[in-house]
Each structure stands twice: as C-alpha cells, then as structure tokens.
Design a binder for this molecule. Structure first.
Ligand SMILES: [Fe+2]
Length: 198
C-alpha cells in the first residue's frame, strides 16, 4: 500500500521561536503523517469485516480529515520557515492580488493577524480560489474544520498553543504572530500562489 512520506525541513535559527519548539513541533508533524498512514492501513484491514467493524470504521474515517490536515497544514507551515526571512516581492503577483482584494497589503495583514488571534486552537489561512480568481482568508478549527474546498492554501499559520507557548507563554500569542511574519520566507507563499494558478 502507498504511504504518505514525512517531509524533512531545514529550519534556520528563528526570531523568537526556539529550536526546541521547532524540534518538538516536527515530532507532532511526524505523528500526523504516521497516523494518516495508520488510518488507511486500519481501514483496509478492518474493512474486510465491514459490518462487524462498522462503528470503528466510521470513527476512523471521520478522524482521517484531522490527521490529513495535521499532516498537510504543517508541511505548508514549516516550508514558510525555511530559507530565512524574505519579504514579499514588491511587484509580485501575490502582492498585486492581495492589494486588489483588500485595497492594500497592510489592510490584509491587519485582517490576517486578527484572524490569527481567534480564540481556540486552529489555523489562520490565506487561500486562492481559482474559480473566481480571488484570495480568501479563513480560520480553520483544529486542522480541518472550515477548510475551503477546492481552494489552494497560500499561507498557513499554526495557531495551536504547541507552536508558541513554550517560548511566549499563553499571553504572548500576539508576539508569536508578529515573529512568524518576521521569520516568514514570503517566496514560499509566492510559489504556492503561482502553482495554484496553473
Ligand atoms: Fe502544529
């Protein structure tokens, strides 16, 4: 059976977010890949007696979106932190699209930071919808509840407490968001944008 493969990330020293936090966080990501694979494997196995295992199968199937979200969202997130901080290109297609949608980059950034401060665990996300050629912001509960179907993730910010509490304390959530943008390699978001338009 085909397996999802755990990706490796080369993350430099970051502002505010410690190497220890990244190390622990990567272990969580690894767990999501493992469990996404495990669910598929178990479904295959228990599906041989589908009627007998109906309840367990249903629950595992329900859980798959959670593990998948934990796997894929983190792949976007850690990629954003690779390669060192790089500013969004002043004349880039992504900047132009953000300005077209929200009037200015700063207006979008303020909105996105507000979304990141949503109470509870989840993700602040910027998506591109090819059908309407628009960028859309969203808040995702947990990893998967509220994902926008058929839209492509461009920027993914992990707002689970495990991403910042050890370095910032619960009260330092806002500083973590600021530091995420200070560490962000915008080229990765630009690449997500260009590949989503194809
Ligand atoms: Fe996370």
């Amino acid at each position: 059976m085909k397996k999802f493969e755990e990706k490796k990330f080369n993350i430099p020293t970051l502002k505010g977010i410690s190497a220890k936090t990244i190390e622990e966080h990567l272990k969580l990501y690894s767990g999501y890949v493992k469990h996404a694979n495990l669910i598929i494997e178990k479904i295959e196995e228990m599906g041989k007696e589908a009627e007998k295992n109906a309840y367990a199968l249903g629950e595992m199937q329900r859980r798959f979106g959670f593990e998948w979200g934990g796997m894929r969202n983190h792949e976007f997130y850690f990629a954003h932190l690779e390669g060192g901080a790089k500013a969004l290109g002043a004349t880039s297609a992504l900047k132009t699209a953000i300005e077209a949608e929200w009037g200015s980059f700063d207006a979008w950034l303020a909105r996105f930071k507000t979304i990141a401060m949503t109470r509870g665990v989840g993700w602040a996300m910027l998506y591109y919808d090819k059908k309407t050629d628009r960028l859309v912001n969203a808040w995702i509960d947990e990893q998967h509840l509220g994902q926008l179907i058929d839209a492509s993730p461009i920027l993914c910010l992990d707002m689970w407490e495990h991403s910042f509490v050890a370095d910032y304390q619960p009260s330092g959530k806002k500083n973590y968001v600021e530091d995420f943008f200070a560490n962000l390699n915008w080229e990765t978001a630009e690449m997500n944008f260009s590949s989503s338009k194809r």
